[in-house]
Ligand binder design. Structure first.
Ligand SMILES: *Cc1c(COP(=O)(O)O)cnc(C)c1O
Length: 379
């Protein structure tokens, strides 16, 4: 039986094995592994790509967000508005500063943070908003920025899933006061290990993050801050430079596959991704919704189609956030029960996408009607 992987990193790396090996040898032969020319070059290239003045490479996406919140002075007792249905790292970064993550529900169509709910959640202790460009689709940034301006709040994008994604023609990572991103191997721009970056036009924030990532030190053995050790390393930066050059091409392939899914999964009873006119998403994930999700997933598995649930348990239902256990966040909970991510990667073939479509269409349960079944009466 044909097997369709959810995401096959080996396939991606087979395509660029030569350039990756060349990058590896360049760093190996240089004898320089931390904070050197590769990191500097990557930071300049990625800042230019995103349309911001400063990029600071760090150890991972969680640290990128944590260091940014620190750089803005977010601390004990401050409230930070976060999506109720995000990956937990968004919340953890806030908690690591001693601040309080305040969950805000998403829009049901886009799964991105709901600006109306956002405005309603603001209190005198609110300091910042973290919109997440979930699945690679930008949040409604103009509306969010306008709310932030009215209340003097900082806006920090979580762009971990959105490298290359555009909002009204502007690149994710350049849409707020600053952004955190991740180069976890499975992201659209992924390293061969952990990595992350901070993006901003604010020179003083970039400088503060540079200090914090390196023991609070600017001059060797002189320490101004109680900092951390969380740096992007030379090897990962060299690999990322190879991949950055291909990012637009790879995102375009994801868009082609998403178009196939969206065209061919109409009238299957699944709720398909809804893309606002101002969004040009990069399809980190292609997420469908089904009230019969678990049976659909089992059926797809039987057909050789691997799927993943992003995410099965919302942060407020996690053991580490037991103080939120009485919170009622019905949308986050419903999404956790209904979302399913279909296979998506730049090297998924159109034949494989068609196999995924056929597998969904052959699902007998509710939420996956037969291909030629007439539409129910709609008025
Ligand atoms: C991956 C991810 C992160 C965390 O990035 P790491 O590099 O794994 O620490 C944060 N937020 C979102 C939305 C992510 O998808």
């Amino acid at each position: 039986m044909k097997q369709v992987p959810f995401l096959d990193l080996q396939r991606i790396h087979r395509e660029i094995r030569g350039p990756l090996e060349e990058a590896f040898h360049r760093v190996l032969d240089s004898g320089w592994f931390i904070m050197g020319p590769e990191v500097e070059a990557f930071e300049a290239e990625f800042a230019k790509y995103c349309g911001v003045k400063h990029c600071v490479g760090v150890g991972n996406g969680l640290d990128a967000m944590h260091l940014l919140l620190r750089a803005y002075g977010i601390s004990q007792g401050d409230e930070v508005l976060v999506p109720s249905n995000t990956f937990i790292a968004t919340w953890l970064a806030v908690s690591q500063c001693g601040a309080i993550p305040v969950p805000v529900e998403p829009r049901s169509e886009t799964h991105n943070i709901d600006p109306d709910a956002l405005a309603a959640a603001i209190t005198p202790r609110t300091r910042a908003i973290i919109p997440v460009h979930l699945y690679g689709q930008p949040a409604d940034m103009d509306t969010i920025n306008a709310i932030a301006r009215r209340h003097s709040l900082i806006v920090i994008e979580d762009a971990a899933q959105a490298q290359g994604s555009e909002y009204k023609g502007r690149c994710a990572g350049s849409l707020g006061d600053a952004a955190a991103t991740s180069f976890y191997p499975g992201k659209n721009l992924g390293a061969l290990g952990d990595g992350g970056a901070v993006l901003t036009n604010d020179a003083s924030i970039a400088d503060k993050v540079r200090l914090l990532r390196n023991y609070g030190s600017r001059i060797k053995y002189e320490h101004q801050d109680i900092g951390y050790n969380t740096r992007l390393d030379e090897m990962q930066a060299a690999f990322l430079r190879v991949k950055l050059a291909l990012l637009d091409e790879w995102n375009a392939k994801r868009r082609t596959l998403a178009e196939i899914y969206t065209a061919q999964l109409q009238n299957t009873g699944l709720e398909l991704p809804s893309v606002p006119v101002w969004a040009n998403p990069v399809w980190h994930l292609y997420v469908v919704r089904s009230s019969n999700r678990d049976a659909l997933r089992a059926h797809l598995d039987q057909c050789g189609v691997s799927t993943v649930i992003h995410y099965p348990i919302p942060p407020h239902r996690q053991a580490c956030y037991s103080e939120y256990s009485s919170y009622k966040l019905p949308l986050a909970e419903t999404l956790a029960n209904e979302v399913l991510s279909l296979p998506m990667s730049p090297f998924l073939t159109e034949q494989e996408a068609s196999h995924v479509v056929e597998a969904v269409r052959s699902f007998p349960g509710k939420g996956g009607k037969q291909q030629n079944e007439p539409l129910p009466d709609v008025h």
